[in-house]
Design a protein around this ligand. Sequence first.
Ligand code: ADP
Length: 218
Amino acid sequence: MNKIYAVIGLGRFGGSICKTLSKEGYEVLAIDQSEDIVNEYMNIASHAVIADATDKKTLIALGFRNVDHAIVAIGDDIQSSLLATVILKEIGVKKVTTKAISDYHEVILNRIGADIVVQPERDMGKRVANKIISSSVLDYIELSDEYSVVEIVIGREMVGQSLDDLDVRSNFGINILAIKRDKEINISPEPDKLLTEGDVMVLVGADKDIKRFRNHML
Ligand code: ADP
């Protein structure tokens, strides 16, 4: 059975989530308290409804009990964001992802039972900063405070070496998930295959170890 998603608050963040999920073919129940905004999503989401997400009865009447994953993307109104999150968990929505606008907001959301909390500006800021620090880093995904997945262009001195030669697992405690070459991605790179210029490594490891590895490459 296909998952049912709900997006609450159709500003830039919620709107973008709603458009992406809908484009991927998922059923999305989109709500916002503003009529003008909801009108924009009539032809995008499976159901777009004008509603106040802090009203439990309304959410139940809209069928939120059947929602598998709800995304609360209410902007600056912290009170509504908290209340909507609590109500969704009370109703029994399995997974609730809520956007926080500050660290305090995030702490409270975690306390009241939000399953996932995101701070889009902060998270994207970190990602962009990590790309900026090193021109060799193509992409960066934070797995936790300590661990990340990083896409990195291999250093010149690695050209002609094999993964066995580099042995990043014992030398740096890092795992290589894949090697990208041109448009091809090899998700089980052979240990004896030689690296060539422009190869991109997808690594997973502790941030401190990835940093050590990057410094070593420079
Ligand atoms: P962004 O920074 O992602 O653009 P906005 O603050 O512009 O966020 O958007 C938040 C949206 O959430 C607005 O469209 C607003 O109408 C909606 N919203 C705020 N409170 C509620 C609520 N209680 N119920 C439903 N929608 C709400």
